[in-house]
Design a protein around this ligand. Structure first.
Ligand code: SAM
Ligand code: SF4
Length: 374
């Protein structure tokens, strides 16, 4: 493996922290953050996207719309959400331009999300334009709507893989949690994605106390049977209804303990899933994999390499930070790529060490999940 030592700050400034690191161009473990040697006071004008804690950002989530055809209880309100006017959303050309600048700054993987990315008009063209830029990975998180129709075109356009969200295998519960859509359609979407070669297929599951937490084994067995990787995501305080409560969160550690009663699990490192915050386990019989995204009970902020471009062109350095900078405004006022680069750099430079969900003073962010892009 090629290794490059990068040192940004070379002076003997007392504020300099972290040791110079080895940058591995590919396949660093999910729990092995890349770090740079940085001076707190100076935002670098070259090199990768680094924050004041030395974390290098190589993963970009692009939300292509704030609209969605579902109304999941943990995400959107049932009624009354106001969507951004279409004119506020980045165009295909603007998304592509922003992604190209991000690539020049060292971003290696892109995940398209929303809202529901597949309700965005021209989504196949967006995928094609992003894929053409040459990222190591182009993935999508979707509720599966339209996937039975679009999967082949998305794969031909360069999409590599998808995560399909599905919180229950019981039709009535699925309907109660997601409020729109049908389980059968989501299951058909998974089949279509696999038929189109969008692999490995991952299933995102948000567990909610008393609602679907008795389906852990069923979901895991379903995943093992179909060779789909289940990801249990802790419920985060990003629901539009503001109904998040700690006792509604099922801790990933508890789910893991349950699974360990029944299965022999083997911890995996980052493997090919370089930037995933998930803690991953294989089953010792070689069938399947399960992952945990324990954002609430075991924050992984120290290893976060993620940046978000929202549908309206704002850059956000953390799901839980309301600090945003607009790339759209720079682009629409005829700003240069150098100026866009500075906006990316400034956003990353302003990143805090971690979210404060577990702090008593925590306030739920202004935007809910569908308006940020999960
Ligand atoms: N609409 C697509 C979907 O549902 O897959 C993509 C966008 S959605 C915001 C991305 C992911 O965020 C989904 O897997 C969803 O389950 C998850 N999500 C939404 N709200 C959440 C919350 N409050 N806590 C944890 N995960 C959440
Ligand atoms: Fe829509 Fe996805 Fe949010 Fe559900 S989780 S309301 S499908 S954006």
């Amino acid at each position: 493996m090629t290794e490059t030592v990068v040192t940004l700050a070379t002076d003997a400034d007392e504020n300099v922290r972290a040791v110079p690191v080895v940058l591995r161009p590919a396949h660093h473990g999910a729990r092995s953050p890349q770090r740079l040697h940085v001076a707190r006071s100076e935002m670098p004008n070259e090199g990768p996207l680094v924050d004041t804690f030395g974390r290098i950002h190589t993963d970009l989530r692009i939300s292509v719309t704030d609209r969605c055809n579902f109304r999941c209880t943990y995400c959107m309100p049932d009624e009354g959400i106001e969507f951004a006017p279409t004119s506020d959303l980045l165009t295909l050309e603007e998304i592509t331009r922003a992604a190209k600048v991000a690539k020049q700054l060292g971003v290696r993987s892109v995940r398209l999300t929303g809202g529901e990315p597949l309700v965005r008009k021209g989504i196949v063209d967006i995928v094609a334009a992003i894929a053409e830029i040459g990222f190591d990975d182009v993935a999508m998180t979707t509720n599966g709507t339209s996937l039975t129709r679009l999967a082949p075109s998305l794969a031909s356009a360069g999409l590599r893989r998808v995560n399909v969200s599905c919180d229950s295998l019981r039709p009535d519960r699925f309907a109660a949690i997601r409020r729109r859509g049908q389980l059968a359609m989501t299951l058909a979407a998974m089949d279509a994605a696999e038929d189109a070669g969008l692999l490995p297929l991952k299933i995102n599951v948000v567990l909610l106390t008393g609602e679907n937490d008795d389906e852990v084994y069923d979901l895991v067995e379903f995943g093992r049977e179909k060779n789909r990787f289940v990801r249990f995501i802790e419920f985060m305080p990003l629901d539009a209804d503001g109904n998040w409560q700690r006792d509604r969160v099922i801790a990933g550690a508890d789910v893991l303990a349950m699974l360990e009663e029944r299965y022999d699990l083997v911890a995996l490192d980052g493997g090919g899933d370089d930037h995933a915050p998930a803690t991953r386990f294989a089953f010792s019989d070689g069938i399947g994999e399960v992952g945990f995204i324990n954002s609430v009970t075991e924050p992984f902020c120290g290893t976060c390499d993620r940046l978000r471009l929202m549908a309206d062109g704002s850059i956000r350095n953390c799901l839980f930070s309301d600090d945003e900078l607009s790339l759209r405004d720079v682009m629409r006022s005829k700003g240069s790529d150098d100026q866009l680069e500075q906006v990316f750099r400034a956003s990353v430079w302003g990143k805090l060490p971690g979210h404060a969900i577990n702090d008593p003073s925590f306030l739920q962010p202004r935007r809910s999940m569908s308006r940020i892009g999960g």
